[in-house]
Design a protein around this ligand. Structure first.
Ligand SMILES: Nc1ncnc2c1ncn2[C@@H]1O[C@H](COP(=O)(O)OP(=O)(O)O)[C@@H](O)[C@H]1O
Ligand SMILES: [Mg+2]
Length: 609
């Protein structure tokens, strides 16, 4: 599933999208509705000012007393009272509207942040259970954009924009009501013109979608570029790649600029066109209104009210137009977010998965084929049985498939054909949690989390006693290093543990594996970053780690390999030789023999002498 290639295909299915986001809105629905309810008067109060103009013009300016009937009694309000009351009423309404506005924006922000958080948390839960191959295929930048920025755009915007639509809609409706009250004929013309003015919005939504999708990819590339500049900083400086990184960054920035401008070019004429149509409406109304007044069908006050409403109407209408446009962007982001929710990991537990409780007899690779990319086999027909407490060394050409083979054991990937059996049961029948709880892995490049050294080691087993921790430190040859650290075991390691050397990180990872104390141990070039002196010491530690364990060890150091119970040679994805050191050495022109003579012999000399 390549995230950069998705198209947000559901982004025009508005009811579907609203249906999908509804479960996230539901917990805060009460406050969302309250916010909307408050938004209605906020908008509608716009009409009050325009409405007040009519009595002001007709009675105050016209020096007439207002006479009206209520509960069958006649009331009279003098023109001078009205002259005082109306301005006060306007201020009163403004204060009232202000309070409602505050309430409204508080409620909107509160609810939209709650909804965004709920979406982000659910998405992150999905992300951490995603297949390993998902992370092979997608760059860090695209993942960050898709899992962090899109939910922000999608859910923060939705409440805010719906609220704006409600406010503007009711603002517009109240003004239209005033217009209808003033003169239905003129109002009919006004509403008709408005409808025409909105037509262009529908025309550009496709354009908005493609622009938004392109921006997502560009945003991802930019973030990836930042990540690489961070993680690859030393390589960048060492190979003078500053210009390259800078160029990639600037290219993407300008690409984003061009992308946005192409939308502006096409969408920018919308507002002027709408304005033009609205102006035509105003022109018609003025002309027609004058004739209505001269023929006595309308008072000057009604006309003033009407024209004010019409002019005031421009603001909510413009807001509606803009909001409908940005709502398109939000719907596209929502389309992308809900696509993510629909990606299901392929490597999952079976419904009635068994629990693996330690290893009883053997681990068997049976007629195993594996390919990362269809039709590019990486491992071909591997048949191999490793008995309990046996140590199997794996050697072979680089890129031959050694790491791939051991990565299949914890189900980072599932086999393409054949199976891996633990105690005769397919590993796909065990729960992944129990499977992985029985394995400890040390890699060539070991990831440490930001946190203290202690925290990183205890990740192997949070319940380990202080005694077990000290034993692991001793065996991993870490004590000396830790004594030199400013805060000892509680020294804080930055992101990726970058402040440690490769060898130090490897030893922390070995301690983490030791403290996990599992029946199965996988060492993938686990001592490659150690110098000869610490390697010799750590080797002893590893001997402790692997005692009475079933071990897969990929190594190029002779000592590790020679001590293994058996050695498997994997060349170009095939198991070509299998046996003890002596057995393999006795094969004339054997591959192991050749490797040994070429590579290991020098090492042996170096170590022995
Ligand atoms: N995540 C991956 N996606 C696609 N191909 C991969 C991936 N990891 C490794 N490969 C390919 O699989 C082959 C075996 O790689 P690997 O198992 O790492 O070899 P080894 O550990 O023996 O050096 C190589 O050709 C490599 O390019
Ligand atoms: Mg490897």
């Amino acid at each position: 599933m390549k995230l950069a290639q998705t198209t947000a295909q559901n982004s025009f299915k508005y009811s579907w999208l609203l249906g999908r986001i509804f479960p996230f809105i539901k917990p805060v629905l009460g406050r969302v509705i309250l916010g909307f309810l408050v938004a209605i008067p906020v908008g509608a109060l716009d009409g009050v000012v325009a409405f007040a103009l009519k009595p002001y013009m007709d009675y105050v300016v016209g020096q007439k007393d207002l006479v009206f009937e209520l509960f069958h009694r006649a009331f009279t309000i003098s023109a001078s009272t009205l002259a005082l009351a109306i301005p006060f009423a306007v201020i009163f309404f403004a204060v009232f509207q202000g309070v409602l506005r505050y309430l409204n924006s508080y409620l909107t922000d509160w609810t939209s942040q709650k909804i965004t958080n709920a979406v982000k948390i659910s998405l992150f839960k999905k992300l951490i259970y995603m297949d390993t191959s998902f992370f092979d295929e997608n760059s860090s930048g695209v993942i960050i954009t898709r899992y962090l920025s899109d939910p922000d755009t999608a859910s923060a915007g939705i409440v805010n924009n719906l609220k704006t639509i409600v406010t503007s809609l009711f603002g517009a409706l109240s003004l239209i009501a005033v217009m209808l009250y003033s003169s239905w004929r003129l109002a009919a013309i006004g509403v008709l013109v408005l409808c025409v003015a909105f037509l262009p919005v529908a025309l550009i939504r496709k354009r908005i979608k493609s622009t938004s999708n392109k921006n997502m990819v560009i945003g991802g590339n930019i973030t990836t570029n930042f990540n690489e500049t961070y993680s690859g900083n030393r390589v960048m400086r060492a190979y003078c790649l500053e210009n390259r990184q800078d160029k990639i960054f600037e290219d993407q920035i300008w690409k984003s600029f061009n992308n946005n401008m192409s939308l502006v070019k096409r969408a920018g004429w919308m507002s002027p066109i709408m304005y033009l149509i609205a102006s035509c409406g105003i022109a018609i109304v003025l002309w027609y209104g004058t004739s209505l007044i001269t023929s006595g069908k309308m008072t000057a006050g009604s006309f003033a009210s009407f024209v004010t409403s019409l002019l005031l109407l421009y603001k909510p209408i413009k807001t509606l137009g803009n909001t409908l446009t940005s709502l398109q962007t939000i719907f596209v982001a929502m389309g992308r977010v809900f696509e993510l929710f629909d990606i299901e990991p392929t490597i999952t537990d079976k419904p009635n998965a068994k629990t693996l409780n330690g290893l009883n007899s053997s681990i068997e690779f049976k007629n195993l084929d594996f390919e990362y990319v269809p039709n590019h086999p990486v491992l071909k027909n591997i048949n191999l049985k490793v008995n309990k407490n046996e140590t199997l060394a794996i050697v072979g050409n680089s890129g031959g498939g050694k790491s791939t083979l051991v990565n299949l054991l914890p189900r980072f990937y599932d086999v393409t054909n054949g199976a891996i059996l633990i105690d005769g049961t397919d590993i796909r029948d065990y729960s992944m949690k129990s499977l992985r709880e029985n394995m400890a892995m040390v890699f060539q490049d070991n990831f440490l989390f930001s946190g203290t050294i202690r925290e990183n080691i205890l990740m192997g087993n949070p319940d380990a006693t202080e005694e077990e921790l000290n034993k692991a430190l001793e065996y991993a040859h870490l004590q000396e290093m830790i004594e030199e650290m400013p805060d000892g075991l509680d020294t804080y390691l930055g992101e990726k543990g970058m402040t440690l050397s490769g060898g130090q990180r490897q030893r922390v990872a070995i301690a983490r594996a030791m403290i996990k104390n599992t029946p199965i141990v996988i060492l993938d070039e686990a001592t490659s970053a150690l110098d000869n002196k610490s390697e010799a010491v750590v080797q002893k530690a590893l001997d402790n780690l692997i005692m009475n364990k079933t071990v897969f060890v990929i190594a190029h150091r002779l000592s590790t390999i020679k001590n293994a119970d058996r050695i498997a040679v994997i060349n170009e994805g095939e198991l070509t030789e299998l046996g003890t050191h002596d057995e393999l050495m006795s094969i004339p022109h054997g591959q192991y023999k050749a490797l040994y003579e070429m590579q290991f012999k020098n090492q042996e000399d170096a170590v022995v002498v």
